[in-house]
Write a protein that binds this ligand. Sequence first.
Ligand code: BES
Ligand code: ZN
Length: 630
Amino acid sequence: MRKLLFGLLPLAFFACTSSSEETSETADQTMTQEQKYAEDAHSYSEPNSAVVKHLDLDLYVNFEIKKIKGIATYKIETSEGATQIVFDTWKLDVGMVKDGQGNELEFEMGEYDPTFGSPLIVNLGENTKEVSITYMTNPEAKALQWLSPEQTAGKAMPFLFTQSQAILARSWVPCQDSPGIRFTYTANVQVSKGMLALMSAVNPQEKSEDGKYRFTMEQPIPSYLMAMAVGDIEFAPIGDRTGVYAEPSMLEASAYEFDEMDEMLVAAEELYGAYVWERYDLIVLPPSFPFGGMENPRLTFCTPTIIAGDRSLTALVAHELAHSWSGNLVTNATWDDFWLNEGFTVYFERRIMEAVYGREYSEMLAELGMQDVKGTVDRLGHEHGDTHLKLDLDGRDPDEGLTDIAYEKGYFFLRTIEEAVGREKFDAFLKGYFNENAFEVMDTEGFLTILNEKLLVTEELQNAVNVKAWVYGPGLPESFPDVNSSRFDAVESAAEKWIGGTPADELNTAEWTTHEWLHFLRNLPNELNTEKLAELDNAFGFTNSGNNEILAAWFQHTIRNGYTAADPAVEAFLISVGRRKFLTPTYEALIEADPSKEKARAIYAKARPNYHAVSTGTMDALLDWNSENS
Ligand code: BES
Ligand code: ZN
């Protein structure tokens, strides 16, 4: 939608246009301003002409009609001769647009596209510095999930949460919805009395008397990191800078599960420099949250499915925390560069896990990641374009192309570089990278330039790594590193013994963590008869496991092999959990077992009302579901 200018610019350019104060209206800098932003195929905005710098939001959250009424007031910067500013919207009802003096500005809504929404084109006066948009969201807004009291843990109050990444922010705030455009924000939010509102900003720790809340986010962030949650929410501190929010009945278990947050934060800072967002809190959302976690600045959103009671799934916290550097500080320029956000974050996550729990532990996570990425490459096809690190998502919903290639191929690419240059050099490089590019955007080419200048300085190193094959080539390159977790070796031999006839309850599993169990389940043969599955279930209680990762891995076997004893648990799982990562493989297994899709669709009919639009988007396609069915 915009013309590509970004890739042509020298890197030094970015270092001198960092914060909003530095942009002024002199002729020279206006020119620079014109060329600053990358083309983003997923946004209608034209920031090289007119760009937002600061947002003041006034929001009124109405649960009865499932709408947010808002006024979004933007401070903007324009290049010489600009006559318009363009915002992204998705089914927003725009009432009025005014300038800073209260004069009405003419506006026009462009053509609607189901994925990208409509451009809101506002005509600017000669000196317009402020644009104020009065609007209302649509009940179908894709970023918003409105939960009834029955869909929450406490069953007493409704709940609302947002999910803006990748291009859903435009469905709750008119914005320039491109990861390369950063702005600061404040918000006044009015909710019903008795509810707490939270945002990706400085947050309250207690409910107010009147349901009014005030938020500020002083560091500039892209629109995909705007977030809000409203409900019967309480706070429990963990350390001085950390804490957890949850519904009251979930608070104690959440505080227990995430007790190591502070240690993780310290470990992260020791690795790659100071945490710049002051506080790091986490909110545990109701189970319909479609992702595991979302790195909203100052307030990670997370699924309750990682509360296992034994702190075994907290790598997710390390992951979202790591995004405070990779992603939130140095941000992918467009969704084609998504691996710069996620691959770096998985690398950083595993380094935090290694620092806190040891190398043996983090190697288990790496080996599971390796299995994941090999599975994804097999599924997509080894030559498929979506297996490149640098993606080409033009014209597509980015959500469709954002697979675990970015995460795990990205991770193994960085690990390959680490192994080639040595950890000490790599750590110094990464620390410098985050520091020098803080609050900036980065595209793949920009990163590769820095990498070649600073780290891969000899031909020998360049050949050892083979950057081109990793970044622009399909599948997994030859230099893919070897992971061999010693703890998994023991699991493999236990699995072999069982297959060879040793009874399940005689296997030596007493010391196993969740990760060993997952490896065990992934290592079982695809075909197992009912007796064999019953033997495992009796020995290890998989069907009744309180651990959602184990349940999901187990159901792969029970569904495919017709072990009907687990069917009620499968159904209960699909009805209560809305996390897409679990839904997709579970429904796929149901379809494989019954290609008429009848069984899968019968469960989906009951479960669908509990799912977020992100999940129904994927499942509707999988199950040939259309609106007539609902
Ligand atoms: N930023 C992602 C979630 C995301 C990605 C939302 C793309 C929308 C579009 C988040 O950091 C993430 O990666 N979450 C993972 C968990 C993680 C431990 C791999 C998830 O939700 O499963
Ligand atoms: Zn992530």
